[in-house]
Every structure is written in C-alpha cells, then in structure tokens.
Design a protein around this ligand. Structure first.
Ligand SMILES: NC(=O)c1ccc[n+]([C@@H]2O[C@H](COP(=O)([O-])OP(=O)(O)OC[C@H]3O[C@@H](n4cnc5c(N)ncnc54)[C@H](OP(=O)(O)O)[C@@H]3O)[C@@H](O)[C@H]2O)c1
Length: 237
C-alpha cells in the first residue's frame, strides 16, 4: 500500500499530481479549500491553527497504516501579494508567509514526527520555483518564500542523514505551467509586475507546460532515485 499526501491538490499542478497518483493506484489525500471528492481534506493554509490541526489529525490517523511508500508533496503556493512590497497590503504579508512557508514547515515537521517510526520508504517533495534564485520585481515575498523552502529542504535533509531510517527531502522547480497562477500573472498591471509581457508571450507562444505534463515531469524526478537535499528543475532533468 502506498500513500501520497498532497497540499493544494484542488487545482493546477496539485490536481494533476493527485490524478497521477490515483492512476498509479496510490491512496491519496489532498489538502485545500475547494477540493471535492473522497480524497479531499478541507484545509485553509492561511489559518495556522486550523491547518496544523487538520494535518496533525489526518497524519495521525494515516500513520498506523501498513504503507510501503509514503510521499508528502508540499505543493500549496500563492503569489499574492504581487507588487513592490511597500505598495502591497501589510495584512497580506504574514498570510503569504503562512501559506508558502509556515504550512510547509508544519506539514514537514508533523510528517517527520508521525511517520518516521514507520518502515515505509518516505519522501518529502517541496514544490519550488526558479524564483527561489532569480529576483523578480514585484515578487519579493514569492521569491523569498521559495528560497526559504529550498533552504528548509537542504537543512532537513542534512538532519535526516543522521537518522537510522532517514526521510528523503527534495525540492523541485516545476517549470512554467498553464494554471490559475499564470492567469493571475498575465492579469497584473505592468506597474505592479514589470515582467508581465514575458509571461504573456510565453502563453501566446504556447510555451507553458500543461499541468498534466508538469506532473509527469515532477514524478519522473521522484522515481529516478533523487538525492536527498537536492533542488531539481524539470527543465534540466
Ligand atoms: N504555475 C507555474 O507556472 C508555477 C511555476 C513555478 C512554480 N509553481 C509552484 O507550483 C505550485 C502549484 O502552483 P499552481 O500553478 O498549480 O497554482 P494554482 O493553480 O494557483 O493552485 C494552487 C493550489 O494551492 C491551493 N491553495 C492556495 N491557497 C490555499 C490556502 N490558503 N489553503 C489551502 N490551499 C490553498 C489551491 O487550492 P484552493 O484554492 O482550493 O484552496 C490550489 O489547489 C505552487 O507552489 C507554485 O508556487 C508554479
């Protein structure tokens, strides 16, 4: 029996990953606000207490299963707020950090606490972005949160190395994907996001990956014995 835990699995890349794992016959749980169906776990990652409680309860219930493989994919992410930091709403700053980073810290920490005593092969995949290492005007929080996610990946992998049965932790940059996130980028005022034209062009030249193709590229990295602590990019895999 194999288990995939996927955050932000109601739309875009996360939804395609949910479908891919279901097609492979895995048991799947996806955590989001608007998902539907038997695999959906209602969860708002902007709410630290509610989301942490949901993760803890769900992981606790599932951790006693006789799994041979368990994968956690920290896929949830938001770009909001877009724009030069000082022009954005201060209320949105901690919300962004909560969704893009704190939720991944909680999911990762609880996963390690609740699944580490299991004999199952365990893998944590953090969905990052090229924005982790390339600064974009108007994406200060997004670039910072993805860089933090990659640092978290490296550090937790280092810590896990000392464990007798370590959990592998990797980060994957999934490429530019035709999802709601890209529509949001293309709808920005160029004053708020100076590189809008580049993303409009990528779409018009049909250079965006479909969510399904991106999910398959992410999965190809996962099954190719990735090295714990590494950051992979689907464009160079
Ligand atoms: N699209 C790209 O070109 C691209 C490029 C590089 C990296 N990425 C990364 O890939 C990942 C997926 O991106 P995507 O393009 O598929 O995004 P998307 O289409 O906007 O989907 C985002 C997912 O996150 C969930 N989510 C957002 N806020 C949430 C909240 N407060 N609580 C619970 N769930 C929440 C959404 O579910 P609900 O709305 O139902 O809650 C949805 O399932 C992100 O980490 C993103 O940074 C994307």
């Amino acid at each position: 029996m194999k288990l995939a835990l996927i955050t932000g699995g109601s739309k875009g890349l996360g939804k395609a990953l949910v479908q891919l794992y279901l097609d492979l016959g895995w048991e799947v749980r996806e955590f989001s606000r608007s998902g539907v169906g038997p695999n959906h776990v209602p969860c708002d990652f902007a709410d630290a207490v509610q989301s942490s409680t949901v993760l803890q309860q769900t992981f606790t219930e599932l951790s006693s299963g006789a799994w041979t493989d368990v994968v956690l994919i920290n896929n949830v992410g938001t770009l909001d707020p877009i724009g030069p930091l000082e022009l954005t709403d201060s209320v949105s700053w901690p919300k962004h950090v909560q969704i893009n980073i704190s939720s991944c810290v909680s999911a990762t920490g609880l996963f390690l606490q609740l699944f580490s005593t299991r004999a199952a092969r365990r893998l944590i995949v953090n969905i990052s972005s090229g924005a982790a290492s390339t600064p974009y005007h108007g994406w200060s929080l997004y670039c910072a949160s993805k860089a933090a996610l990659e640092a978290l990946t490296r550090c937790v992998a280092l810590e896990q190395k000392e464990q007798p049965n370590p959990t592998k932790v990797i980060a994957i940059r999934p490429g530019v994907i035709d999802t709601q996130m890209q529509s949001t980028i293309r709808s920005q005022d160029p004053e708020h996001f100076k590189e809008k034209a580049k993303f409009v062009q990528l779409k018009s030249e049909q250079l965006l990956l479909s969510p399904r193709d991106a999910a398959h590229k992410v999965h190809a990295i996962i099954v190719a014995s990735p090295k714990s602590g590494e950051v992979y990019d689907v464009r160079s895999a």
